[in-house]
Design a protein around this ligand. Sequence first.
Ligand SMILES: Nc1ncnc2c1ncn2[C@@H]1O[C@H](COP(=O)(O)OP(=O)(O)OP(=O)(O)O)[C@@H](O)[C@H]1O
Ligand SMILES: [Mg+2]
Length: 262
Amino acid sequence: MSRFERIERKLERKITKPEKVFKTDEDRKVCSEVFDKSTLLTLYDLANRGVIDTVNGPVSTGKEANIFRAYKSDNIIALKIYRIATSDFRTMWQYISGDPRFTGTKKDHRHIVYTWAKKEFRNLEKAAEVRVYAPKPFVVLNNVLVMQFIGDKKGNAAPLMKDSPPENPEKVLDLLLKFIKKLYVNAELVHADISEYNVLMFNDKPILIDWGQAVTIEHPMAESFLERDVRNILRYFRDKLRISVPDEKEALRKIRGEKVGS
Ligand SMILES: Nc1ncnc2c1ncn2[C@@H]1O[C@H](COP(=O)(O)OP(=O)(O)OP(=O)(O)O)[C@@H](O)[C@H]1O
Ligand SMILES: [Mg+2]
């Protein structure tokens, strides 16, 4: 038996066998794409370190990553597993190379994806520091990010804002603009992909997710990312939820702390 086969056997005892969890053809295809050898070893490592007990099935398949539920004792946690093979390295590199926290990152594909996962983890830590609602980050190892699961005790993930518009839109818009400001002023960070597709609604509170692309304000594109975030969020509340929203320039001035009229 090869070293890998031995590890795989042990892994089966620690982690639910993927084939049992993935029942449809589509799920199985995802499974073989996501769980390559190195990712299985990373999960094995996380199980050995006591971070997770079992991996329990898919929550969502995104462009670059898959979200899974995992268990640690009775607690549900979320795993974001970045696929090494199908990630968009060129775009990732643009967001990494202008960020002073990651100068010196090697430009090979695997390293870019690992750095991306680490970047998402650091951004989530920053969000927690300045009290912006986001999943709490637990551990990052290689291409696997372990974080708080946003959802109910049965394992149903909270819905996206686009599918579950807030009952109190004025309040939620106000909170989201406050979050953007806190991030910019206190954490010196711009999320850079805020829209109704990256906000989960949980107990009628907005939780910002998907932080891989967030950059520090030194990034050459930070200001235009900030403008895009504000534009996206105002557009959603104005056009889809039909509430009156602040003027975009005015909202940006407030966020940047500039005086009205200057
Ligand atoms: N911590 C979490 N708890 C519960 N569900 C989550 C969590 N993080 C992500 N999800 C779910 O997984 C989906 C994809 O997550 P995310 O946006 O971070 O990944 P992505 O690869 O950028 O996906 P996409 O390309 O769809 O934006 C989310 O839309 C949400 O439904
Ligand atoms: Mg997303």
